[in-house]
Design a protein around this ligand. Sequence first.
Ligand code: ANZ
Length: 805
Amino acid sequence: MEFSHKAIEKKWQKVWEENKTFKTTDQSKQKIYVLDMFPYPSGAGLHVGHTKGYTATDVFARFKKHQGFDVLHPIGYDAFGLPAEQYALKTGNDPRDFTLKNIANFRTQLKKMGYSYDFDKEIITSNPNYYKITQWIFCELFKKGLAEIRNVNVNWCPGLGTVLANEEIETKNGKTVSEVGGFDVFKKPMRQWVLKITNYADELLDGLNELDWSKSIKDLQKNWIGKSAGTVIEFDVKDSAEKISVFTTRADTIFGVSYIVLAPENNLVKKLVSKKQEKLVDDYIKQTSAKTDIERQDDSKPKNGVFLGRYAINPINGEEVQIWTGDYVLNDYATGSVMAVPAHDERDFKFASNYNLPIKFILESEDKTKAFVGESKYINSEYLDGLQKRDDAKNLVIKNLTKNKKCTLKVNYKLRDWLFSRQRFYGEPFPLAFDENNNIVLLEKELPVELPKADYIKPSGTGESPLANLTDWLHIERDGKKLVRETNTMPQWAASSWYHLAYILATSPNEFLDIQSSEAKALFKKWLPVDIYVGGQEHAVGHLLYARFWHRFLYDLGIVPTKEPFKKLINQGIVLDSNGEKMSKSKGNVINPEEIINSHGADCLRLYNVFMAPVEASLQWSEKGLDGARKWLDRVFRMIKNTKTTDKNNGSLDFIFNSVLQKYTQMMEDFKYNTGVSQLMLFVNQVYKEDQPVYKEYFEKFLIMLSPIAPHIAEELWEFLGHKDSIYAQPWPIFDPKKIEIDEVIIPIQINGKVKATLNVKKDTSKDSLIKEAKSIENIKKQLQDKNILKEIVVINKIINFVVK
Ligand code: ANZ
């Protein structure tokens, strides 16, 4: 190895720290806010997966600094919440001390990577100064009617002792489990806080249009919000005053309805079930309660249900159809009941086939063994017969039913309100209490409502938070009234829903400006929106939706000046082990970046991260690749140290330097670092071919270009070339277009308008010389022989044409 990375990296990290090199500036008209998804401080520390995204943003932030931007590039820790608490409990620690200890480790590791974070703006979400503002936002949401307590059917996770939001659960091997820990999850009705994110459904959907995000993430959000425009149609019930409202997006299929299905939880089920069917239906309801929505919607499973022993009347033609209950219908979507059209809906087809219910095709279809979901000619549908277009048929049915007041138009959303309480210790306490009549009293004047000290913080398992056991804390008196505090805590997602604003407010670590102050307003105006946000795809419908919701809410309050928080989003690819497998602790294949920093150096790891794969692609770990990156850095080091330089430019490197600079700059702009590095390599290769002293300015400019990627070695060599100040804020070089002009042109030679040959000549060659050279080409000479040249047409640099007879 050519240089001691340990010595160099230590030296420059110390200089940067002492000089506060990365302090956020406010001196330019151009700003860039480059944000990383912050880590939760697990005891395992930084892993190489983190370094892939964090290096990508750091390279960009440094590049923009060179270009003269004011750069906001901060970092903090998602210290509250399930992952941090779960990790602490698992390792027998108290989450409060433990997370602080882990944070200290993270901070050291981040600094060892040479990241240009402004550590004066560091935030820790479990710091009372931080959660004071989280609680303030909650109070505002509450006052605007966007936070309320509801009895909801929640995802209860006994393993974690808490409820979980839909965004926190997943299906594995056909079972619904928690994302954190993979514990079983069941449905259970509970009294919970919800935030009415659904009030913002349309705005969250429309806002996607103005964002520079990948189509796949936008689609994930769109589908999660799940806007669906349809119709609610009312069916009478035979021998009853009850009515059944169904939601359908296919009013055109109403002549094909063969039965009605109610969700098992639909209140009408108990009202309508006949005596004879009661026992069967009761058993079925019990059976269903053990299933989650995800299992119920799993289309690979057979669809089942029970007949209620009752009939409904189709409002379009008075036909009697059976009423069933079946768990493929969800109670909390739309009206919790559907009109089933098995011939044209796959789920209904499965259900009907299972119970021999009629399957009536109302659209022409050759294959009667499965549902036909496309468009074709309407049949068996009275006045719709012969129509071809779905919209025409729909409109006719809707018009007809509306006349009889049997239908209304309705827009539904899949998005559910955000389940916002957790029965866990380690989160933000709710800033409120209840009086004797259960009225809510906001404690907004005493923010932050601090998380009390407690010795026993494990989840009780009963659905009550451990805070409920702290009787001294629990009971308070305000204005002569006896109050009991809310004992749930907020979910992890609360703090990360506004942390992009916290960095702007931070005046020193965990010290914040008042979010409502005019200073805060001016700073929000300067820095928002976040220009580049880089993080994992797994946050597509959780954090990214929550943060957009809070940001919109704060926009409506007049706190922030933009509707959207994150303008451009990049999802970094994951790091795989050398066998192509995902790194995980259980597999024992995780690589600790500190090992690489020790063996190869942080610059090498940075270079390796950006060179081996595009930012968005996954990266397969390879020792060879790492060694290769190090070898190249050694080559650069040798080049600068050992090559004789001169202050006079002899021009021999003009073309390569300027062409590399031009391409590299654009590639940096486009986050195409991997191809960018190849450009730098071209330059180095060319220098090694030189047999004369190299123009020193090109070396200096090359080091500035290298410095976003390998900042330590760039500083070291910059100093070696005689500079006293840091390379960090040196202006980005500008390429000279004249030096990359290609001075040869290829000119077609025509005879009577047909191309007969081409001519390679110096640019701007004169008319006379062009004609002379053209005539000396063998083929042209031959063809002009014995011919009468009527005209010689020449457009310099473009074309030569001989008109002959
Ligand atoms: C009749 C019909 C005929 C339907 C047909 C589809 C095809 P989206 O787009 O997801 O909103 N549906 C309505 N409420 C439901 C619930 N609570 N649980 C399960 N399914 C429900 O889909 C709307 C369609 O999903 C509705 O249109 C209804 O089935 C079903 F050829 O009604 B349809």
